[in-house]
Each structure stands twice: as structure tokens, then as C-alpha cells.
Design a protein around this ligand. Structure first.
Ligand SMILES: [Zn+2]
Ligand SMILES: [Zn+2]
Ligand SMILES: [Zn+2]
Ligand SMILES: [Zn+2]
Length: 563
């Protein structure tokens, strides 16, 4: 029994251990909360934003200023007094025994990890886990110590990766020895254990996301109970991490005795990419129904319009399989046409995979992805001071993207991953352009891409809920609020001109009024949708749920005052 709602089933066959529901669980129901055995923020160097020990987001207090001056904020974080210069949320965290033990070597470890190209926060987390094991060995034995680390398999797949951590650890320990560090500290560290924990962190840890609506990973936590759940790309739970606490809620109704499954990967990725991540970092391949079906259970994230059927209803999709000889994942392409009339399907499999038309489209997809990854400007936040220099470059990028839309994307199912990437980038880019040029048309285009993005994400999650949907509906509401403001501005101008009897515009004020009314309803609906998903996946006390509730109230208020 893990909690009163689920239990661990020990199984010796291929399936291994799994967790099942002991009773029916409703959508949004909390399965269990758990505090991490150890956590670490991902960016901690000189960073006041998150507590170095518990990962809590720093509290910011608004400093009262005379009304004309810009608002100032005061960060309440405190800096370590013992020499490492890290920032903490409180005296309790900065004086914690774990930190007292690690404080003297942190900067040495950071230095050697950077030199050896190892992830600094993972190395620090591993040593922190070893220290915590010494302080609370009983808890370690009963919980995270039981997790499998699969180091052998990890080495088999990622040999050069683990070698770097091996070298890093040795150099770090040599340095501590040369500097005559505390022998009791040196006694805690052991290379084999370090490598096992590194492997275990990659397989078992959970990342916490920022509290804003952009899903940025900010911390990594080492938990026990959540790590017992198996993976599926059709998960029935959703987890969130606040500070060092993890909460798991059902994102679908779960029947009694049904297995409880979690997703270890980004569900917006197509099967081949999800499987690559699972294989390289978690040492297995997923066999869920979404992974076993070439259309991903009608999600079509990799599907191409069949160029032989040419009727706009048949799609060529890849079946993913593991080639035992090359040890690589490969794709077998097939058309959805079942009537035996498709010329593509009449070919043998290896001829199909090499079809020149297919090869051309796949090359176009690769070129598109490479282009998107290389154009960092598409992703930057707006910087109005450099906008003048940036904008001509961005306009060129847009032209290039339109060409991609015509030549490559138009050949892909509307749910293809490339379209998703396209809408993500263009929604933000047009939003940026509308701000810089104060241009209505850019705003309209941005809204269109946010709408498509939301539709797309919804089609991937189908009947379940997720944090991604919270964010999508929030952004859709937010961008439409900008649109609303510009409509209200138009109406005010109209009314002013009317007062001065100078109204020569042929503006249809009735239409404008009804547009405003409909838009208000739409914005209210977006925030309501976002809130409803948020309550289910985060609970109603979460910062996001509270903020969204306020936005619903505000947009309700507006709809009554503008009538
Ligand atoms: Zn703290
Ligand atoms: Zn310190
Ligand atoms: Zn799967
Ligand atoms: Zn076909």
C-alpha cells in the first residue's frame, strides 16, 4: 500500500512492478503528496529567484515609493554566511545540516563539473543525496534507496556520458584530498555510489516548473513514491512540484484496479522523439497504445498527406520500430488507404521508405526544424530599444517561414508537429511585431496562431486534462485582451469625434459594439477553461488557479461595465 488510494503490485514477469488504484479515482482527485528526499534548483549560481536548498520561489515585497517613481521590489532571500554565496529562502534553509556539510565544496564541484562538461545541478544533487543518506539513512533505506538505478543498462546506452561523470568525480575528490578536506566529509563520498545515483537521477527524478504560464523547468527533485509509477504516453495522472513537494492528481477517471501511469516525456512530441528520449535517458521503449499506432491514436503528429491518393483524406504515417542490428529507432511508412488502390502501399516496405517524394518531404521537414532552431530571434522577448535593428531581420525570417508553409507544411496533416512548432513561434513573433509597430493586423495574426496552437494541444490531450492546456487557454485569453483594448480605443475615438460633431468616418458602431461584447465573452470563456483545467491538475490553492480566478472575475466585471 502506498496510500489509501493506490497500492504497489510486485510482479516478477516482464511487466515488473506497477501501481494500481484501490478504488475509483475521480478526475482532479489528489492521489498523494510527497516531500522530496533532496532537490536542487537548475539555475542557482548568483540566482536569488529560488532557494538553493528547498527550491522555493523567493518572495518579493513591493516597496512603497512616491507615486511618480517606478515601483521597486525587495527580494527577501538571504545569502549563505559560510562562504558559498548561494541564496536561501530562510535562515532555516541556510542553516540546514545538509547545506553545512556541502557548503565548503560547492564551488569546487561547480568548477570541475563545468570543466568536464557535466551538468552542474545533477552533480550537486547526487552529492546532496549522498549527504542526506548519511543524515537520514533510515529514510533513505525505506524510500529512494529502493529505487532501481539501472546503471549497467545506462552505461550500455550512454557510455561516454557516464564516463564524464566518472572523471569529474575523481578530479573533484582528488582536489578535496589535496586540500586536506575534512576526512569525515570525504568518507561520505564513494564513486560507485555516485555513478549509481547519477543514473538513478536521470531515470527517477522529477522536474518542477515555473509558476508563470510558460512551463519553464526550474528545479529537479528526487522522490520515491512518484518514481514507482510506470510510464505511458496516455497517462492518467499529472504531477506538479511546489518547492520540494510533489502532488499527483488524476487527469482522467481511474477505475478500481486500473494501473496508475505517469508520462516521463513531453506529450507534445511525436512518437519517434518520445521513444528516443525514453530509450536514451530511461533505458526502455514504450508500448502504450499511442506508441503502437502509426497515427498515434488519430493524433497524426507525424502524418503526411498521401501524394499518391491525392484526395486529402489519406495519410502516410510512420510505424516506429527498434532495429536490433543498428540499435536505432526506425520508421516504416504506410498509407492509411485500406482499399488496396494506393500506389504507395503496393510497393515493398523498403521501397516505400525510399520513395523519392517521401524523402523530399522528410528532408523539407528537417530543413524546417533546423531553420527554427537556428533562428533564436524568434524566441527572444521583446526588447523595444533594439527593436529597430531586429525587425528587418525578423521580417526576413517571416518571409522564409511563409515559404516553408507553402512548400513543406501544406503537405502535412494539420496536427503534424511542424505545424505546432510553427504556431508556437509565430504566435509569439506576431505578438512582438504588434507591440513594436502598434499594428492591428499583426495582432490579428498572432491571435490566429494562438487559436490554432490551442486547438492543436487540445487534440493531442483529447479527453484528458493537462498543464499545457492551462497555459494555452491563458495565453489565448491574454492576447485577446490586447485585441479588446484596441477595439475599445476605436470606440472611444469614435465617441469623441461624435461629441465634437466631426464624425466623418463610416465606422459601423453597432458592429463594433457587438464585436466587443462577443470578445469579452470569448476572453471570459478562455480564462474559465484555463481555470477549470488548472483546478483539476494543480488544485484550487495553486497560485495559477488563484490568478485565473481573479482574471475570470475581472473579465466578468468588464462585460457588465462595457454594456
Ligand atoms: Zn528554502
Ligand atoms: Zn553555503
Ligand atoms: Zn507510449
Ligand atoms: Zn495513399
Amino acid at each position: 500500500m502506498i496510500t489509501d488510494k493506490c497500492k504497489l503490485v510486485n510482479n516478477n514477469d516482464e511487466r515488473g512492478n506497477f501501481v494500481v488504484a484501490t478504488n475509483e479515482i475521480k478526475v482532479g482527485e489528489l492521489l498523494f503528496p510527497e516531500e522530496s528526499f533532496a532537490s536542487i534548483p537548475l539555475e542557482f549560481h548568483m540566482n536569488k529567484d529560488y532557494c538553493f536548498l528547498c527550491c522555493k520561489q523567493s518572495e518579493v515585497e513591493q516597496v512603497q515609493q512616491p507615486s511618480q517613481q517606478p515601483q521597486q521590489t525587495n527580494n527577501k532571500s538571504i545569502q549563505c554566511k559560510f562562504g558559498c554565496n548561494m541564496w536561501f529562502c530562510s535562515e532555516i534553509c541556510s542553516n540546514d545540516m545538509t547545506h553545512q556539510l556541502e557548503c565548503s565544496f560547492i564551488n569546487k564541484l561547480i568548477e570541475s563539473s563545468i570543466k568536464n562538461e557535466c551538468d552542474v545541478s545533477t552533480c550537486l544533487l547526487a552529492l546532496r543525496i549522498m549527504i542526506r543518506n548519511k543524515i537520514e539513512s533510515d529514510k533513505y533505506q525505506e524510500t529512494v534507496g529502493k529505487l532501481s538505478n539501472q546503471l549497467e543498462k545506462f552505461i550500455e546506452i550512454n557510455k561516454s556520458f557516464i564516463e564524464k561523470y566518472d572523471i569529474n568525480f575523481q578530479q573533484f575528490i582528488n582536489q578535496l584530498q589535496q586540500e586536506n578536506s575534512d576526512p569525515s566529509l570525504l568518507a561520505i563520498f564513494n564513486k560507485d555510489e555516485f555513478l549509481q545515483i547519477i543514473s538513478s537521477i536521470y531515470i527517477n527524478s522529477f522536474s518542477g516548473l515555473s509558476n508563470d504560464f510558460n512551463r519553464k523547468p526550474i528545479s529537479n527533485g528526487y522522490f520515491y513514491k512518484p518514481a514507482l509509477l510506470n510510464h505511458s504516453c496516455e497517462p492518467n495522472i499529472f504531477f506538479t512540484i511546489k518547492d520540494k513537494n510533489l502532488e499527483m492528481r488524476a487527469c482522467k477517471k481511474i477505475e478500481k484496479d486500473e494501473e496508475i501511469v505517469d508520462s516521463y516525456v513531453d506529450l507534445l512530441l511525436p512518437t519517434i522523439e518520445r521513444q528516443k528520449i525514453l530509450y536514451n535517458s530511461k533505458n526502455f521503449l514504450c508500448k502504450c497504445s499511442r506508441c503502437s499506432d502509426s497515427t498515434e491514436d488519430e493524433r497524426y503528429l507525424s502524418s503526411i498527406y498521401c501524394f499518391h491518393c491525392n484526395d486529402g483524406v489519406e495519410f502516410i504515417s510512420p510505424e516506429i520500430y527498434f532495429n536490433k542490428d543498428t540499435k536505432k529507432l526506425q520508421e516504416n511508412w504506410k498509407c492509411s488507404n485500406t482499399s488496396n488502390t494506393c500506389e504507395f502501399n503496393k510497393k515493398k516496405q523498403n521501397k516505400r521508405n525510399k520513395d523519392p517524394e517521401l524523402v523530399l518531404i522528410l528532408a523539407g521537414i528537417n530543413e524546417f526544424k533546423e531553420f527554427i532552431n537556428s533562428e533564436q530571434l524568434l524566441f527572444n522577448d521583446v526588447n523595444l530599444s533594439t527593436a529597430d535593428q531586429e525587425m528587418p531581420i525578423i521580417e526576413n525570417i517571416l518571409k522564409r517561414l511563409l515559404k516553408f508553409e507553402r512548400d513543406v507544411l501544406s503537405r502535412l496533416n494539420l496536427n503534424h508537429q511542424c505545424w505546432l512548432i510553427y504556431h508556437i513561434k509565430l504566435s509569439k513573433t506576431f505578438e512582438k511585431l504588434s507591440l513594436v509597430y502598434n499594428n492591428f493586423d499583426y495582432l490579428v495574426q498572432s491571435i490566429q496562431h494562438y487559436k490554432e496552437l490551442t486547438r492543436h494541444v487540445e487534440s493531442i490531450f483529447k479527453s484528458s486534462t493537462s498543464g499545457e492546456l492551462v497555459d494555452c487557454y491563458y495565453h489565448l485569453g491574454r492576447i485577446n485582451e490586447k485585441y479588446l483594448l484596441s477595439l475599445i480605443k476605436q470606440r472611444n475615438q469614435f465617441n469623441q469625434l461624435k461629441l465634437q460633431n466631426q464624425n466623418k468616418q463610416d465606422l459601423d458602431i453597432d458592429k463594433l459594439n457587438s464585436d466587443i461584447k462577443n470578445l469579452l465573452k470569448f476572453i471570459n470563456q478562455c480564462y474559465t477553461n484555463s481555470y477549470n483545467h488548472s483546478v483539476l491538475v494543480y488544485g484550487n490553492n495553486h497560485l495559477k488557479s488563484i490568478q485565473l480566478n481573479e482574471m475570470i472575475l475581472k473579465s466578468n466585471l468588464k462585460s457588465t461595465t462595457t454594456n
